[in-house]
Design a protein. Structure first.
Length: 173
């Protein structure tokens, strides 16, 4: 199906609120005609799918952030969609940007297994020091060892700026 035709058909059954990022049903799905409130006109739609919300519409599953882009700009995103604030549930159009995979990796959350509380900072094995590191274009760069995680993180923050990482990179959202 052509992009504009798909957009038109989706907009016949869904409403997207640019300010809240929520999708709501505008008509009853002919396959779900039961009278329960979950299928009422105006009901929020979508389901949790890993870190992002998705919607089953017109017989296919779509990620909500990609539908938001389609509805807002009348085209599919040419690359990946980055949630600027790191919250994959926040599909407000102002929170979405189309970026390359490399740019998207420069705005990721802190790893869940991080033990220092600072992104890009690790305890040096067999030492009381902390190592600062950054990965740029697939290459791991050692930024030095420091006596505190705060000092190592200050170096990492400067490296983030130097290499063009997003200001939210490493946030705990």
């Amino acid at each position: 199906m052509e992009t504009e035709e798909l957009r038109r058909r989706i907009m016949e059954v869904l409403e997207y609120d640019h300010e809240t990022g929520l999708f709501r049903r505008t008509v009853l799905n002919k396959f779900h005609l039961r009278a329960s409130q979950e299928w009422q006109n105006g009901t929020r739609v979508g389901y949790a799918r890993k870190r992002y919300r998705a919607i089953r519409v017109l017989g296919s599953d779509y990620q909500c952030h990609r539908l938001a882009w389609l509805i807002s700009y009348s085209e599919w995103p040419s690359e990946q969609i980055d949630h600027i604030n790191g919250n994959g549930e926040d599909n407000r159009i102002e929170n979405l940007r189309c970026v390359s995979p490399a740019e998207n990796n420069m705005n990721t959350r802190m790893a869940s297994n991080n033990t220092t509380g600072f992104p890009g900072v690790f305890r040096c094995t067999g030492s009381k020091n902390f190592r600062a590191m950054i990965r740029v274009k697939g290459k791991l760069i050692h930024l030095g060892c420091y006596e505190s995680p705060e000092k190592a993180y200050a170096v990492r923050v400067e490296a983030n700026r130097t290499h063009g990482f997003h200001e939210n990179h490493g946030s705990q959202q």
